[in-house]
Ligand binder design. Structure first.
Ligand code: ADP
Ligand code: MG
Length: 342
C-alpha cells in the first residue's frame, strides 16, 4: 500500500507551472502565493462531513466535486475569481479506487474554474473534507492610495437598497428534490434533480459578471427564505417574495408537485444558486451578461423598508402575505419558532 506522501503525490500533486501566482506548490512546509497587482484576496473555508453534508455512499467523484463546489460557490457569491485551494482530507482508510474517483471529481471542477490545489493535509479518521479557497477581487484605492472601503466592486451582503429587486439564478429547488430522491434509493445520477444535488455548479462566471450590477449577493445553501434573511439583516431592510414568481423547473414539479416545489425553493437546501439584489435599472444588463453562460435570472421579490425594528422576509401570494411554514436547515438552530429572524 502506498504511504501518505506517495498518496498525496499520486492523487493531489499536479503541474502548477502555468497556475497564476503560484511561486511554490505542494511539497514544502507552506505554499508561496503572489496575488496579482491591484487585487485583494477573498478567502473562505468549508467542511463537508460524510453523513451530514453528503451521503456516505455517494459516488467518490461526486463527493470530490461537491466538496470543492460548495467552496467555489462562496467565491462566486462575492464575485471573486478563483485562484488557489488547500485540501485537508480525513480518510477512514486508504481505498485507492475511492481516492481515484474523489481526485478525478475534484480536479475536473478545479480545472474548469482555474483554481490550483497548492497544498493540504491527509489524516486518518471518519471521512471529512475541509477545503480553503482563495480568490481575487479588484482592490479600489482612493486618491490618497488608501483603501476605499465603500466603492469596492464586490458582492457583499450589506449592499442592498430600498426598492432593489430580489433575483435568483438558475433552477433552485432541484438539489433538495435530488437529496430526497437519493434517500429514497434512486441512483440515476443523470436525473436532473440527482445531478443538481450531487454535482452543484458554482456560479463563478455569474458572480464575476454581476459584480458591477448587483448591490448584494449570497449563495443559497439553506433555502431562499432563510438565506435572504441574511441579506435583510446585513442591509437593514426587509424583503417580500412573491410565491407566483418563483422559478419552478418542470422536473422539480414532476418530482415534488407544485407546493412541494415551492417549499423546496423556499426552505430546501444545497442549491448553490446566487441570490442577489439589484436596482431595477440594471435588470436587463444583468440578464444580458448571464445569457453567455445560458443562465436564467428570475425576479422573485423586492427589498423594502419597514417601520419595525426587525428586518424580515415575507412571503406574498398574489400580493397577500402568507404565514410561513417549514424551517430552513440549520445545524444548531437558535430557536424553533422564528423562520426568519431579524
Ligand atoms: P506537514 O508535515 O507540514 O503537515 P504534510 O505531510 O501534511 O506536511 O504535507 C506535505 C506536503 O504535501 C505539504 O506541502 C502539503 O501542503 C502537501 N499536501 C498534503 N496533503 C495534501 C493534499 N490533500 N492535497 C495537496 N497537497 C497536500
Ligand atoms: Mg500535515
Amino acid at each position: 500500500m502506498p504511504g501518505e506522501f506517495e498518496l498525496i503525490a499520486r492523487y493531489f500533486h499536479r503541474d502548477l507551472s502555468a497556475a497564476p501566482g503560484v511561486l511554490l506548490g505542494p511539497g514544502d512546509d507552506c505554499a508561496l502565493l503572489a496575488p496579482s497587482d491591484g487585487m485583494q484576496l477573498a478567502v473562505s473555508v468549508d467542511t463537508s462531513v460524510a453523513g451530514v453534508h453528503f451521503p456516505l455512499d455517494a459516488p467518490a467523484s461526486a463527493i470530490g466535486h461537491r466538496a470543492l463546489a460548495v467552496n467555489l460557490s462562496d467565491l462566486a457569491a462575492m464575485g471573486a475569481t478563483p485562484r488557489w485551494a488547500l485540501l485537508a482530507l480525513t480518510l477512514p482508510d486508504v481505498d485507492e479506487d475511492w481516492l481515484h474517483g474523489f481526485a478525478a471529481g475534484f480536479h475536473a471542477l478545479a480545472d474548469r474554474h482555474g483554481i490550483a490545489l497548492v497544498g493540504g493535509d491527509v489524516t486518518r479518521g471518519p471521512l471529512s473534507i475541509t477545503i480553503t479557497v482563495h480568490g481575487e477581487l479588484p482592490l479600489v484605492l482612493n486618491a490618497a492610495s488608501t483603501i476605499d472601503r465603500v466603492s469596492q466592486p464586490i458582492l457583499r451582503r450589506d449592499g442592498a437598497s430600498e426598492d432593489d429587486l430580489v433575483v435568483i439564478t438558475g433552477q433552485p429547488g432541484l438539489a433538495h428534490a435530488g437529496l430526497k430522491a437519493w434517500q429514497s434509493g434512486q441512483r440515476d445520477v443523470l436525473d436532473p434533480c440527482l445531478a443538481a444535488y450531487l454535482r452543484p455548479e458554482p456560479r463563478i462566471d455569474a458572480g464575476m459578471a454581476l459584480r458591477e450590477l448587483a448591490s448584494a449577493a449570497l449563495d443559497v445553501s439553506d433555502g431562499v427564505m432563510g438565506d435572504l434573511s441574511h441579506i435583510c439583516r446585513a442591509s437593514q431592510l426587509s424583503a417580500a417574495i412573491e410565491l407566483h414568481q418563483l422559478p419552478l423547473a418542470p422536473e422539480l414539479i414532476a418530482a415534488l408537485g407544485e407546493q412541494g416545489a415551492q417549499q423546496a425553493v423556499l426552505n430546501g437546501g444545497d442549491d448553490y444558486e446566487l441570490l442577489l439584489t439589484l436596482p431595477e435599472a440594471n435588470l436587463d444588463a444583468a440578464r444580458a451578461v448571464l445569457r453567455a453562460s445560458h443562465l436564467s435570472l428570475t425576479v422573485i421579490g423586492r427589498m423594502h423598508t419597514t417601520q419595525e425594528e426587525v428586518h424580515r422576509v415575507s412571503l406574498l401570494k398574489a400580493g397577500v402575505e402568507q404565514i410561513a411554514t417549514g424551517q430552513s436547515w440549520q445545524h444548531f438552530p437558535a430557536n424553533t419558532t422564528a423562520e426568519v429572524s431579524s
